[in-house]
Design a protein around this ligand. Structure first.
Ligand code: DOR
Ligand code: ZN
Length: 446
């Protein structure tokens, strides 16, 4: 057995917040208790001194692009899950926009087999809503579910046809699968490559209005209401989306939602090279980037300060259930090009926890709530038995030094890609150890 002794255990699912000893046994949580290990227990077990550390349930990330199969130069299941372990993430939902798309049992099974081989994190595949994620004909969701997919999504693009979406929701509802949506009306996006607004005007870049997201979310909420299906809204970027979800929930629509660290930390000012108005970061902690830095380009785009604040508020009041990274690795071929031509996406697995703790330090989010949004919140979205230290749960545990400052150096990331907008930032909160089912899968070198 392993005894994690003397840390501040925060497990929102069981409402624990205090100094406790966590006991891991045979890959499961045996007990979380107040007493320290007895001399006899010390003599015959491994005891880890956790004084000064947070002891948290392993984090659950509902939105990760692992790129394998097909784009192993950007990331592999092994490197992506190694990055997850370094970030304290023990469960990841793998997006299906691989090459080929995960629209068949064979791809879903391949992803899980590779993840088991690597052994760094639990990988749950998401299947495509439509074949090839082309938005036309439905995938065989029953086959995907049978092969281990825990939700369906065409992430990276929307299902533009409302008729197709309606059938998808009906089919998924009957199978008990949540439908995760990348909500974007492409006719409003047009050639846009950043948020529509004064910053885009100043930079001379074509904009994407917030309405491109909000209109599609409203459509999907109506369809979810009509069908009774479970809609999960990915990467919420706009205040209007938060409002729409709040209203829908109040009338009983089955909807859950996630937001990313980049959307709750940055605004479209980052594209102009200015430091976003993030009170949690002092100027010297977060030096300005170059204007037109493609590491500030993703879909949906960084929005305005009022959108950012709406997301932070929704994380606090629970309208947004989960923090998910949308970890999207790209290489220099896609990123070292003109802004308009650059690929969308940033990596996030190794910075997500520290950026969340910045919200806590800023007083925007209480610590237990922050932990909830990273663990049991996302688990609950998809009905997963993870993200808790409850007795009998898989022993996924992360030890965190909440005050340890570290400088983000993408060269030192475990991820195969380096496209982080937070390079050179000084963050606080370092993952010291990560356990997956009782096995040590990450240990910080410092
Ligand atoms: O920024 C993004 N990158 N948004 C998406 O929806 C897809 C993702 C990717 O696959 O690179
Ligand atoms: Zn997306």
């Amino acid at each position: 057995m392993i005894f994690l002794e003397g840390g501040r255990v925060v497990d929102p699912a069981t409402r624990v917040d205090g100094i406790r000893t966590v006991i891991l046994d045979g890959g499961r949580i045996k007990e979380v208790r107040e007493q320290a290990p007895s001399p006899g227990e010390r003599a015959s077990n491994e005891v880890v001194d956790c004084r000064g550390l947070l002891v948290l349930p392993g984090l659950v990330d509902l939105h990760v692009h692992l790129r394998e199969p097909g784009e192993e130069g950007k990331e592999t299941i092994a490197t992506g899950t190694r990055a997850a372990a370094a970030g304290g993430v023990t469960t990841v939902v793998a997006m299906p926009n691989t090459k080929p798309v995960c629209d068949s049992a064979s791809v879903a099974r391949f992803v899980q087999a590779r993840a088991r081989e690597a052994g760094f994190a639990r990988v749950l595949p998401a299947g495509a809503i439509t074949r090839g994620s082309l938005g036309e004909s439905l995938s065989d969701m029953a086959e995907l579910k049978d092969a281990g997919c825990i939700c369906v999504t065409d992430d990276g693009r929307p299902v533009m046809s409302a008729g197709v979406m309606r059938r998808a929701l009906e089919y998924a509802r009957d199978l008990g699968l949540p439908v995760m949506v990348h909500a974007e009306d492409l006719t409003l996006t047009g050639p846009g490559c950043m948020n529509e607004g004064s910053v885009a005007t100043r930079l001379g870049l074509p904009g994407i209005p917030a309405a491109a997201e909000v209109a599609m979310v409203q459509r999907d909420l109506l369809l979810a209401e009509m069908t009774g299906a479970h809609l999960h809204v990915a990467h919420v970027s706009a205040a209007g989306t938060v409002r729409a979800i709040r209203e829908a929930r109040a009338r009983g629509v089955r909807v859950t939602a996630e937001a990313t660290p980049h959307h709750f930390t940055l605004t479209d000012e980052a594209v102009a090279g200015a430091l976003a108005s993030v009170p949690a970061f002092r100027q010297e902690d977060a030096p300005p980037v170059e204007p037109y830095d493609t590491h500030a380009k993703m879909s949906p785009p960084l929005r305005s300060e009022s959108d950012r604040q709406a997301i932070v508020g929704a994380l606090s009041d629970g309208i947004i259930d989960a923090i998910a990274t949308d970890h999207a690795p790209h290489g220099p071929l896609e990123k070292d090009v003109e802004f308009e031509r650059a690929a969308n996406g940033v990596i996030g697995l190794e910075t997500s926890l520290a950026l969340t703790l910045a919200l806590v330090r800023a007083g925007d989010l209480a610590l237990p709530r922050a932990v909830e949004r990273l663990s049991s919140g996302p688990a609950r979205c998809f009905g997963l038995p993870y993200g808790t230290l409850a007795t009998g749960a898989p022993a996924d545990v992360v030890l965190v030094d909440p005050d340890r400052a570290w400088k983000v150096d993408p060269q030192r990331f475990h991820s195969r890609s380096r496209n982080s907008p937070f390079a050179t930032w000084t963050l606080r909160g370092r993952v010291i150890r990560t356990y997956l089912e009782g096995r040590l899968v990450h240990r910080s070198e410092e």
